[in-house]
Design a protein around this ligand. Structure first.
Ligand code: ATP
Length: 274
């Protein structure tokens, strides 16, 4: 069942968080050939929703996130953020990438507070906000540690806290838990869901993991390759709060999983070649 690539906000007069209109991005390859990395993306992301982007490697998921953050212009089409055409860096979003990028010479507290320092938020206010997010991600007691003194999961928590501290209403997350082992990953997913259920930020979350996408998302956008494009949008009407162990027993979960798995299979580069 391949649905339309355009997702309408449920109420027509509500301005979506992001509206992508025929967004195309071209790059030059190493051989100096121009190629289309992302073709004709038509999509709307509702405010307060949790949306996952899933698809094979190289289908343009990161490219679309970079464009949503205003870090990369579109080659064609337009992106509107809350009704305004995006023309420069989108300072309303928090961007959490695959790599932690924590600065090794700064403590957890100072790593998390860096954006507030740049914004010249007064010291007292800064300390209060940093302490609050440290608590929120479960790092209480670790504020004075350096990144090398933290476990991998704690480093992820610290980078999540850094993305949350300046209170963006929107989070763009590019495979943030990809490198974690299964147990840590589950903990971080639960942590993120808890934060999202509390604040209802809009979250766009890129993942390769179908279970992760179904566990987290209200809506899953499936990308295909050659050229990168949206091939399907799936609503995930499963009740919340969700527990992966329980979800897996739910026939509705199985139906969504199988439908998306087939789509992902068909859009893999290996299959397209054959
Ligand atoms: N700055 C760039 N210059 C040239 N090509 C690029 C650039 N950025 C991305 N690409 C190419 O565009 C295509 C899409 O890349 P992108 O990183 O968006 O894919 P992705 O779906 O996020 O992949 P992955 O899941 O592996 O992270 C790839 O072929 C990639 O090599």
């Amino acid at each position: 069942m391949t649905g339309p690539s355009t997702v309408q906000a449920s109420e027509p007069d509500v301005v979506p968080e992001f509206a992508y209109r025929r967004v195309t991005r071209r790059f030059r390859s190493e051989a100096d050939q121009e190629f289309v990395a992302l073709n004709d993306v038509d999509l709307e992301i509702e405010s307060g929703s949790f949306v996952c982007f899933i698809g094979p490697s190289g289908c343009g998921k990161t490219t679309l996130l970079n464009m949503s953050a205003g870090l990369l212009p579109a080659s064609g089409g337009s992106i509107h953020f809350r009704g305004e055409k995006l023309k420069k860096v989108n300072t309303s979003v928090g961007f959490i990438t695959q790599h932690d990028n924590l600065l090794p010479w700064r403590t957890v507290e100072k790593n998390i507070g860096i954006a507030l320092e740049i914004q010249k938020v007064p010291r007292k206010e800064r300390r209060r906000r940093v302490a609050e997010v440290i608590d929120l991600v479960g790092l209480t007691g670790f504020a004075q540690r350096f990144p090398s003194q933290l476990s991998g999961g704690m480093q992820k928590r610290a980078s999540l806290a850094r993305g949350l501290v300046y209170e963006p209403s929107t989070l763009l997350m590019d495979e943030p838990f990809g490198a974690l082992d299964a147990q840590l990953r589950l903990n971080m997913q639960n942590e993120l869901l808890r934060i999202w259920e509390r604040d209802r930020k809009t979250i766009i979350f890129v993942t390769h993991d179908l279970d992760e996408a179904i566990l987290l998302a209200d809506r899953i956008v499936v990308f295909g390759t050659r050229p990168g494009r949206v091939v399907h949008v799936e609503d995930v009407p499963l009740a919340r709060p969700r527990d992966l162990a329980e979800l897996r027993l739910d026939p509705a979960y199985g139906e969504i999983w199988e439908r998306l798995w087939k789509l992902l299979d068909h859009s893999s580069p290996a299959e397209e070649k054959s």
